[in-house]
Design a protein around this ligand. Structure first.
Ligand code: ZN
Length: 155
């Protein structure tokens, strides 16, 4: 389902490539992991779940930059092999319809609202959070593990 109200912002290719170089260089905070379930390892670059057996890189990412009360750095996965950045940015990614919490931030990176998609269509929650004129962007996170998944901005 296409939307005219918001755009999906996957992890930049630059950050994914930097993680691939860092893990090869032996960075202590970057690790190879092998996906062992079909819905536990979402790649933040292509916004698909890794298939069991695929090799992923686990590394810390600052979704909210340092220098703010809500600064946050946490673990994310990207495919170890190059993958195509999610490009259907006017469609909510199908793999990630379930198990997401949505956090709304203002332009100062303060969290001003948050909601879980309890079986509702995630689009409706995103649109609701973006109706608040104070909302600058919305971050989708794992509702169980809390990990940053992707960003959403107004179209
Ligand atoms: Zn990927």
């Amino acid at each position: 389902m296409k939307t005219s109200t918001f755009r999906i912002i996957p992890l930049s290719t630059e950050v994914a490539e930097r993680a691939r170089r860092a893990v090869e260089a032996g960075a202590v905070d970057h690790a190879f992991v092998i996906a062992d379930s079909p819905s536990g390892y979402p790649c933040r670059h292509c916004l698909r779940f890794a298939r069991p057996g695929e090799r992923m890189i686990l590394f810390p990412y600052a979704s909210v930059p340092a220098g703010h009360p809500y600064s946050e750095t946490g673990p994310i996965f990207v495919h170890a092999e190059p993958c195509e950045r999610y490009c259907a940015t006017d469609e909510y990614p199908d793999d990630l319809r379930r198990g997401r919490a949505f956090r709304a931030y203002n332009t100062s990176f303060d969290m001003i609202d948050a909601e879980v998609a309890n079986g509702n269509e995630p689009e409706a929650i995103v649109e609701k959070l973006l109706r608040n004129p104070e909302t600058a962007f919305v971050d989708a996170r794992s509702v169980t593990h809390g990990c940053y998944t992707f960003r959403i901005q107004r179209a």
